[in-house]
Design a protein around this ligand. Sequence first.
Ligand SMILES: Nc1ncnc2c1ncn2[C@@H]1O[C@H](COP(=O)(O)OP(=O)(O)OP(=O)(O)O)[C@@H](O)[C@H]1O
Ligand SMILES: [Mg+2]
Length: 347
Amino acid sequence: MKLTRERITKVLKSVNYPGFNRDIISFGLVKDIMVEDSKVTLSVVLPKPDKKLQSTLEEEIRKAIFAIPGVEDISMKIGSRPQKQIATNDNEKSKLPSIKYYIAVASGKGGVGKSTIATNLSLAISKKRNKVGLMDADIWGPSAPLMMGISEKPRATANDKIIPIEKFGLKVMSIGFLVNEEDAVIWRGPMVHGAIKQFVEDVEWSGTDYLVIDLPPGTGDAQLSLAQTAPISGGVIVTTPQDVALVDVRRGILMFNKLNIPILGIVENMSYLDMPDVDKNIDIFGRGGGRRMAERFEVPFLGEIPLDPRIRIGGDNGTPIVESDPQSTAAKAFSKIADRILESIEN
Ligand SMILES: Nc1ncnc2c1ncn2[C@@H]1O[C@H](COP(=O)(O)OP(=O)(O)OP(=O)(O)O)[C@@H](O)[C@H]1O
Ligand SMILES: [Mg+2]
């Protein structure tokens, strides 16, 4: 078989980014593959500086390419583009919006209330600061249209930037505004990367200082893509108190560590049943697991959000509880969490 660029690309699709189930090609880490007779030239750009990861990857790439019959020489440039440099490189700078703080909300497991937390948290922050945005980056299951009650489609600026929709004083962008859910489910590696990149670069975020990002569940492509594209100020990990969810907290922490994203802390959702008319709260899933986990991993514990039907109802009818019932226990808890996060990122 002839030695071609395509052949190299195909082989590199079998090399996974260490710690992830996704290959380095679909993550967009490999650039400028060239083949000249029996010599292969390529460059590999890592999302963060990591000597150990770099040498592991370099070895794996060499092994994979040298296994192709006919390859005699490899010239590889491998290194990282440090986070700070993302914004100092002139070319990239013009593409990146002037957002000051990117706050990513993640969880190892689905359905623990990430979107609920991201949405209410962005609203809680907007009660304290101007210029707040919410980016729903869950390209497989966007929630912002429903939770924020937005049914209109965004328009574009003259230079083709998407204008976020304004709601409750926030700028909101969601893949759900652009495609319907059935189409979104089929998104795979390279498209995921493209979509996330576009969300950061091609949305008119100017006038946004604080951007809360609702991530898809888990620790994979979208998270890595985001870390590669934007200088994330910090990550929030959402969990429920049960043990199963807590195992996933560990994964969330490891992921943020691997991506060099500072951990702002853990939020325990559905901590207890808020019973406004009874003087005793009911502890359903074993309140306190999130706090214990935070202590064990030495990361901040940001707060507990009660299980409250008004939270779900607010999410389903498009008026989150922070907006509909600011005096509720839950809304007050969001306000405190917002304070802790602001204190941590602004200092
Ligand atoms: N504290 C709470 N009290 C009551 N209902 C809640 C609470 N937190 C979340 N819910 C409800 O639980 C469901 C799942 O929450 P949500 O969509 O926020 O989870 P998620 O982690 O974003 O899920 P996914 O992993 O699918 O993105 C929603 O119907 C939401 O309204
Ligand atoms: Mg969600």
